[in-house]
Write a protein that binds this ligand. Sequence first.
Ligand code: 2P0
Length: 332
Amino acid sequence: MDGGATAVARAHSNIALVKYWGKRDAALNTPAVGSISVTLDALYTDTRVTFTPGLVADELWLAGCRVPATRISHVLDLVRGHAASMGLSAARLNAIVTSTNNFPTGAGLASSASGFAALAVAASGAAGLTLADRELSILARHGSGSAARSIFGGFAEMHAGTAADGSDAYAEELLDRAGWPLAVVVAITEHGEKSINSTIGMNESKASSPFYQAWLDSADDDLNEMRSAIRDRDFARLGQLSEYNCLKLHALMLTTRPALIYWNAATVAAMHAVAGLRAQGVPAYFTIDAGPQVKVLCLPGDAAAVQRAMVLVPGVLEARISALGPAACRLE
Ligand code: 2P0
């Protein structure tokens, strides 16, 4: 077959320092605000896509179990559309997709970010397409907004964009991981599926929180400040702004009706423990997504001390150290 019918890709998870919450256009899955993230070396998804003659529907296998393929079929349809315009045979074929995470799925560790980034790279590769990073980022965005950032390593910025067709809503690299090697300690406070899906939560925040407009209005200030903290390699500024933006997001979530309460007791205890580390002179700052896990930003030389402090927090089940990760890439 033209270009090869199979491809395997690896993409790493990411954690936003300035966060995405809310959609500009639900059908195109464009974000209402831009975001800035770091890609994580320790958490990744490997995905194999094989366009297969005679297959009646797309199949998705996650860690060996067959699961519904609706969300990935949307991304595969876009790949088939590109393939059709290039006269490639994948345009007419369904695909078998097998995917594994090296971390627990659905526990607030951004499996959709690494998952849809890996899918975008593997599916376009298997179809025989050669897409630029920007096009891969847009393709990944259609699967999950945060996935657009996982195409890139190091520090990435997602642009909200203004175009009606979503063509300017993509991520790009701000700085590679060698440019400022930071560490992230991921403190796990709960295994298992998170309670409220992000897409549903975002729509409820937009519909009901009196803070939603303030969230939109203040996003550019945070993005501008974060860009300059990264440019100046100012860790205290990056950390303080990450905590502030995270708490602003959770204020929005808490004032959504019904309330989106993603924290558990250990989440809050871990936040206090991070402040305790700072009081002892260790520069460390937390950030928390739509789940109960706490990610602690620190300098690589402090990562072991931060990990020790996190596992002592009542309710923290484990703490993993991650360096910043590389861009998504093809393995085969
Ligand atoms: C982020 N989150 O910037 C924010 C912070 C969670 C909190 O992006 O609806 O799974 O699939 O585009 O990407 C989680 O949302 O949402 C997310 P969809 P996604 O990382």
